[in-house]
Design a protein around this ligand. Structure first.
Ligand SMILES: [Zn+2]
Length: 245
């Protein structure tokens, strides 16, 4: 194609074979019969075509899985300056309000799953045992059988809950927790049981007898004062909406 030099006195036009519009030669890439917008639209459609995209993705995948390429990338990413850069970028990403909210929601949903709770209970007990140098021989299956299969506190029969309390409390009093029957003897199957978190806090290092003594004294005294003021929600079933205590 002959070179077309735009001239203000004799404007030369070129017709796009796609859209049919007469345009200045400056609106065409050299040697192309489609104008720039038409040419770009064609390229864009090609780029985003699902089949073309799939081929490209496949190529990219095979390339990045090549052992030499993977090693190169690993070496690059383990450089201290690159590591710091990545850390900074992640930090910035996580501090975006919409990401923060999404992560918070994800964590809440994930930790409300019984399976996730079993894993967390198991690993935090193992960590505690290691820190305090206590025996540890529980398995995740042992915890799972008591949390998911029986799904109730071994001391009170209260059914376990997994979500956050709806009233804004930090911890759910009815969440499952691992209790050492004899505090300090370690996390072994014969020294452990699953109880609701609130009971575990109450048992502390003192165990069943002390707790039973306190609990019965508490109930006795409470019954007396309840009778006096004829409390209407003294019927046993606790709700987070009702006033407690
Ligand atoms: Zn065109």
């Amino acid at each position: 194609m002959a070179a077309v030099i735009p001239n203000a006195d004799f404007p030369i036009f070129k017709v796009c074979t796609k859209c049919g519009l007469s345009k200045s030669p400056a609106d065409f890439l050299v040697g192309k019969a489609h104008c720039r917008p038409c040419y770009n639209a064609k390229r864009r459609a090609h780029y985003w075509h699902p089949e073309i995209k799939a081929i490209k993705n496949e190529k990219r995948r095979t390339y990045s899985q090549r052992s030499d390429i993977a090693a190169k990338r690993k070496a690059f990413r383990s450089r201290p300056d690159i590591k710091a850069k990545e850390k900074q970028a992640t930090k910035q990403w996580r501090s975006r309000p919409e990401i923060k909210e999404r992560l918070r929601q994800y964590t809440a949903e994930y930790s409300a799953k019984p399976e996730a709770r079993v894993r967390a209970l198991f690993s935090s007990a193992r960590l505690r045992a290691a820190k305090k140098r206590l025996p540890f021989s529980l398995t995740e299956e042992w915890v799972s059988a008591r949390v998911i299969a029986s799904n109730a506190c071994e001391l009170t029969g209260i059914v376990f809950e997994y979500g956050k309390p709806p009233n804004g409390w930090h911890k759910n009093p009815f969440a499952p927790s691992i209790d050492q029957i004899h505090a300090g003897r370690g996390y072994t199957p014969d020294n452990c049981r699953m109880v609701v978190a609130a009971i575990n806090n109450g048992l502390g290092e003192w165990g069943d007898e002390v707790f039973a003594h306190i609990a019965s004294a508490f109930l006795k005294k409470r019954a007396v004062s309840k009778n006096r003021r004829e409390d209407r929600d003294g019927q046993g079933i606790f709700t987070f909406n009702g006033e407690s205590g």
